[in-house]
Design a protein around this ligand. Sequence first.
Ligand code: ZN
Length: 249
Amino acid sequence: MLNDAQLLRYSRQILLAEWDIDAQQKLSSSRVLMIGMGGLGCPAAMSLARAGLGFLRIVDFDTVDESNLQRQTLFNAQDIGQPKVLAAKNALNLINPWIEIDIVQDRVDAGNLPTLLTNIDLVLDGSDNFATRDAVNKACVDAKIPLLSAAAIGFEGQMTLILPDHACYRCLFQDAPIEDARRCADTGVLATTTAVMGAMQAHTALLFLGMGVTSLSERLLLWDGLGLNQRQIRYQKDPECPVCRAKNT
Ligand SMILES: [Zn+2]
């Protein structure tokens, strides 16, 4: 399945007792949808491409802006004005010629999510607002597709894994506003906060896709980039959750 060049490229991780050739082959046949190619999406996509992911679909409506270059690690000054999905695809294919990349330049909403989710094994949400994260959660619950949702702002990051028939994003954030009060555009984010959380999202995706690790299900990981602390908070399925309740009846 893997050719000689691929076996050489991935040899340092195939050497791991926990990550053997089976895990590598699982990753090479895995299909990921990435929502947003920003501060989280760029480092997450880069690590997954380097590690040997088979298929990546990326969706983002935006073009590269000067203010993106501080943290969006797949872009350079020559990309300014280009669609992010196109610049990202070009950068990722230079890193790894074997990864198949499907790009969609569009805003994500309830209307196009079912199509975007077609034949996807895991969704990585790196969008910057609650409305999108909520819509992605609902679509993943409906389609029974695992979702790894992450967010970063200022010096703080958070991430959780939402599995089919388990507690969902709305169970966790029951009374969230329609629009986030805090967004990068308004309050700022340190370059390394998104780099840490994007790498952590890719890391958790590798554990899930290659090794079947689901330890972040029904747990919210919180990373404090000022105190350099990390902790997890457990949460449970809300029997009254308007998103996932109907799925259990
Ligand atoms: Zn729920």
